[in-house]
Write a protein that binds this ligand. Sequence first.
Ligand SMILES: *Cc1c(COP(=O)(O)O)cnc(C)c1O
Length: 425
Amino acid sequence: MTNSQNLFEKSRIHIPGGVNSPVRAFGSVGGTPIFFKRAKGAYVWDADDKSYIDYVGSWGPMILGHAHPEVIRVVKETAELGLSFGAPTELELEMADLLCSLLPSMDQVRLVSSGTEATMSAIRLARGYTGRSAIVKFEGCYHGHADSLLVKAGSGALTFGNPSSAGVPPETAQHTLVLDYNNKGQLEELFAKMGDQIAAVIIEPVAGNMNLVAPEKPFLDALRNLCTKHGAVLIFDEVMTGFRVGATCAQGLFGIKPDLTTLGKVIGGGMPVGAFGGRGDIMQQLAPLGPVYQAGTLSGNPVAMAAGLATLKLLQIPGFFEKLSDTAKALTVGLSDIAREKGIPFSAQSVGGMFGLYFRDAPPRSYAEVMQCDKAAFNHFFHFMVEEGVYLAPSAFEAGFVSIMHGKDEIDRTLESAKKFFSKA
Ligand SMILES: *Cc1c(COP(=O)(O)O)cnc(C)c1O
């Protein structure tokens, strides 16, 4: 038995399923989850001292690579001064100023401790601001695990949703409508029918929780225009894409100004952080100024702020996103070329430092198309690559991530391993 297998067996006694977040359990790919004990740069080491090139990066935050010396330095320094005060600090001010200076859509921002908190609070704020209850999301997008967002489509496209998790009251799900990603016509139809009841539309501007699905620009433009026309709040959930797809997030990349933006992952540099912010007139509805309540004991935690600030400053270096994007592209183009040579139905694409791999002829445009990918083929690929020392997301339905520490060596080694797999297939 490996150390990972042993640790997993023991973890299952006092932790449901042995993990503290479901995807870590390898339910989708099968087998035993790999327990990690340390990481540096582009690499992680497991409990059995085997090393892997890491394409998960803690699901996105580790954009500078693991244990970046500058991030670790400020974390240690800040920790020496006290871990939490439950009172305002200058580091929060610095973080808020930096976020608002980097994002033209953001007049004000509130800091929280997770992406889930950020999206949940943004939804409440949008409802408080508009005085409306209905919200719209897109199938396959994930916005954390708040009740109103764990909803799947109802019987028809324009009917209210059903809970996608036990424990979510149907009455809660009934306020959420679920539409198809990239379906502009459906969106127009919905707004024509009930635009004046919609508090908010929340979207991953590049979807990264159903593998990677890129948005079509006319779809995003229509979304912006319809929300403006009908007085609905447009929320860009950039918890994953924020400072991951580019220096000004997906909103900068696609030239869309959302009303509210949620952030997380990268802005915490590996520490638990989330944020939501946007238009001043909306943000001022929040307590203590306004009637919409929101709070957090550890919100704006100094150590988390320090890690996030150090990360955000380092990725402002000119050329950072060019290098990151080139790395992701070298990987996806390399993989596609190998698969094409061997005649295997496979495609891949990247946006900034995120990428998608699909066992399917072309990149999917919607959740339904994502579901057409050959899941068994991915699972074989995943386990083969693990053997080779390459750690991909343990699910065919998750995006992948590169860090600035991934270079030619790591990409070449990954492509070599993939070539072996595709040659056997
Ligand atoms: C990860 C993620 C969340 C949830 O963030 P947590 O910190 O895990 O609560 C929300 N939205 C998107 C788009 C995410 O990728």
